[in-house]
Design a protein around this ligand. Sequence first.
Ligand code: FES
Length: 106
Amino acid sequence: MSQKKDIKIIVFKGGEKIQLFTYTNEYRSLMELLSDKLYLENFGECKGMGRCCTCLIKINSKSHKVNDFEGNELATLKKHNFNNLNDRLSCQIIIDQNLKLIEIEL
Ligand code: FES
């Protein structure tokens, strides 16, 4: 039985607005969803280890609470001079109900 895709994620990419639909735990991370649906070149090169910074996204929605920084994420962002709290590594973001209607930018 397939699960209802009740989480809509709005992605802005190069002036284009794309809507993606998923459900909790369909993918291990937001990076995997974006890679699977958008076929992004050179995206997610370290396969979710939080070290390469190629899966960088910007969260445009101010009202959404995604999971906190964990593991290598903050150190990797700082190393690449991303100091804005809205800049996140999509490989470190868990897909759950908190992402409903979130707007992100690639
Ligand atoms: S995939 Fe490398 S930091 Fe996210």
